[in-house]
Ligand binder design. Sequence first.
Ligand code: PA5
Length: 444
Amino acid sequence: MIDVRLEHVRPFVEDETRTNDLKTRLKEAKKALQEKKGPGSAFTGWVDLPARTRQELDRIRVLAARHREMSDVLLVIGIGGSYLGARAALEALDAYFPHDDEPEVIFAGHNISGEYLEDLRDYLSDKRFSINVISKSGTTTEPAIAFRFFKRLLEERFGADEAKERIVATTDASKGALRTLADKEGYETFVIPDDVGGRYSFLTPVGLFPVAFKGHDIESMLDGAENARERYFTDSEGMNPLDAYVMYRNALYESGKKIELFVHYEPKFRHLSEWWKQLFGESEGKDGKGLFVASASFTTDLHSLGQYIQDGERHLFATVFSVKEPRRVSVIREEKNDSDNLNYLAGTTVDTVNKKAMEGTLIAHESGNVPSIVIETDKMDAYTFGHVIYFFELACALSGYVLGVNPFDQPGVEAYKRNMFALLGKKGFEDRAEELAKRMKKTR
Ligand code: PA5
């Protein structure tokens, strides 16, 4: 399913003591995760999600079909782990440009832009729409603002009773403002299990309901994830592709590479990169440790970041995500006068050109002291997407344990929220507001 190519990274990881030590730490990490004895073990329920979510498949599909009947657009309101997976999946699986009769999924609540809300209201003015509001805590500011805004629009358009029928809330079983509101208003709800953190929640209704609304095969997605679980987690003999990825990225980090650049050569993986960045950034970046995760879309970004990557400070490596078979093939045609000098490519597919660009870049980067780990899949479909999601979730959790951090918490995210609430005058943040006022006076 997934192959990891190591020929462009091996020359950089030659220290046997380091690799042996990493192999031992990785083995211990896997054992800790399997036995639920590592840091944050109360949040490792995602490991068994492929089997657990199967029990909910029918309900997800039936509800998705009902909303597809009544709406042209599903507005998915959420941020971070409550949004990125679904967006990544739809971008990876859908055609680049929508067909006329296709249901549409639009995302909101992942920014604090009034312009975005107003423009989206205009866009929705002649459309039948439903809302899927997703928040595990049920208290996150960005989605709460967007939900208030669009719930009102639904009520104005369809009346209070029908508006309720058009809302699905995905949230905690018992806690948070969204749960209270959903119970009070009688919305349909999905539960995000207590033992699954936001960024590990794609394989719950958080990710699967929007994907099912669009008509993709969510059972196949779970099959792909289940297969990843068997291959990389249950079967721990030898060095599988996931072990190799975890080991090499940590070996590079320990030998001084501080930035991991997730690179793809197909623009439809932009949000897979965003999801990956959030997963690894929030899981590993703590206690003064962790790779800084960034991303680039090649070949587009070879014309912007390419110079730096080839020649700038030597503190990065690339993780290249590549799909062998494109969904569609486009062939370059011969032209009589060859005025653009492209006839040497006549008969070649555009994908072949893309792959040659990739191979050429891998070699150039290796020469420029930028190692690359290549993660390859045969194709991209619902099954593979589920497999890839599980692969990276597991790699991230094990990598966090190898690094010596708790990959399931995110204490650092609270810092900006406390200041924002204090500056907005929210009740309970008076002391912080006073501290900030003094600090701002001093620095002005
Ligand atoms: O991974 C995480 O825990 C976060 O990125 C959350 O998903 C994000 O902050 C949204 O939180 P919530 O679902 O509680 O609104």
